[in-house]
Design a protein around this ligand. Structure first.
Ligand SMILES: Cc1ncc(COP(=O)(O)O)c(C=O)c1O
Length: 363
């Protein structure tokens, strides 16, 4: 018997999401491919984490992460109440909850693209259809096309991945007002940006905002995400999520990160400064680099010259991992580079210079 005949047809037909490569950590590895924070959490958070390792692990954790939700309201303000907050096992878990809650087979999910490619995989798992509608020229939100798309759920990433650009919050508000469906604002990278959308929640009950502790909070390994929404939607999320979706250590870590939220400011400032430096340095080397408000940049490699796959392979040979997206022609000659430590950026630029010189002398 071939057991694969029992797999649901949409699962059999779909291509699974391929996460960025996670090479085994070695001393000389420069990992700029998955937008992690190059810095460890601030000392007070690190200390709380070390203490968390000492807990008794016999008992189940709080199933609804109450303390995390209460603290999140205190930190993020905007009259948020714990009934409006859901904690996810990473924001990917919140995205799964969104699809489980809203998408029946055959229903449509739309996002302005290019954007985070997990959205399509999660939609297909539900048997839904997925379409991306290109950003306007210059990166604006294509509000009219989104409103008339026939979608039930629209996802907007702000700052967007992998481009790093931001759309006007006023356009997000207009989308919420004009679209008869759910709008998800994915703020995975918002702590590196100038402004956020939490203020929109109050007047727009169809808006869900999701955040992650994987990037700005330097906790990708602990899998923590937050979702903010109308309390009636949150009640549905509690039904569809796994009962104990946040383990006890991650709950303690999330609480520590929120309690010492202000300690993160210098880390974010450092990343913004390095983003500015890398953008300028790459432009100087004939890469085309749009302004980014995230902890990464999307760099188009110089033309004429070798294509992005050549740069990708050459950098990897030198222990420098950056991200390339082979399946989207709009990203064909571009590399997404996470903002690393200053010394990592130095090494990246040195490698680029060396590659350019070698090519000139051999070509
Ligand atoms: C736009 C966007 N949303 C969500 C996520 C998921 O983050 P996590 O599941 O680690 O919280 C990512 C991760 O790369 C992302 O780029």
């Amino acid at each position: 018997m071939d057991p694969t005949c029992f797999i649901r047809p949409n699962v059999a037909a779909m291509t699974g999401y391929v996460p960025g490569e996670q090479p085994a950590p070695t001393r000389n590895l420069i990992k700029l491919n998955t937008n992690e924070n190059p810095q460890e959490p601030p000392p007070r958070v690190k200390k709380a984490l070390e203490e968390a390792m000492d807990i008794s692990c016999r008992r189940y954790p709080d199933p609804s992460a109450t303390a995390v939700r209460e603290l999140a309201c205190r930190v993020y303000g905007h009259r948020l109440t714990p009934e409006q907050v859901i904690v996810g096992n990473g924001s990917d878990d919140l995205l799964t909850m969104i699809m489980r809650t809203f998408i029946d087979p055959g229903e449509l999910v739309v996002a302005p693209g290019p954007t985070y490619s997990l959205y399509e995989a999660l939609t297909r798992l539900q048997g839904g259809n997925y379409r991306d509608i290109p950003w306007n020229e210059g990166g604006g939100l294509p509000v009219a096309a989104l409103v008339t798309s026939g979608a039930k759920v629209i996802l907007v990433v702000r700052p967007n991945a992998p481009t790093g650009h931001v759309v006007d919050l006023e356009d997000v508000a207009r989308l919420c007002r004009e679209f008869r469906g759910i709008v998800v604002l994915d703020e995975a990278y918002v702590d590196f940006a100038e402004e956020h959308g939490l203020g929109l929640l109050h007047n727009h009950p169809n808006l869900i905002i999701i955040r992650t502790f994987s990037k700005s909070m330097a906790m990708a390994a602990l899998r923590i995400g937050l979702g903010f929404m109308d309390p009636r939607l949150a009640m549905a999320f509690h039904k569809v999520r796994d009962s104990y979706n946040i383990n006890a250590i991650s709950q303690l870590a999330a609480r520590a990160a929120l309690e010492h939220h202000a300690d993160y400011q210098p880390l974010w400032q450092a990343i913004k400064e390095q983003r500015h430096r890398l953008t300028k340095a790459l432009r100087h080397r004939r890469f085309t680099v749009p302004d980014s408000q995230a902890n990464f940049i999307l760099a188009q490699v110089p033309t004429p010259g070798p294509d992005a796959t050549w740069w990708l392979a050459q950098l990897k040979e030198r222990g420098i991992y950056v991200r390339y997206f082979p399946n989207d022609p709009r990203l064909s000659n571009k590399l997404r580079i996470t903002i690393g430590q200053p010394s990592e950026i130095d090494q990246l630029l040195a490698a680029i210079d060396q590659l350019a010189t070698t090519r000139q002398t051999t070509g």
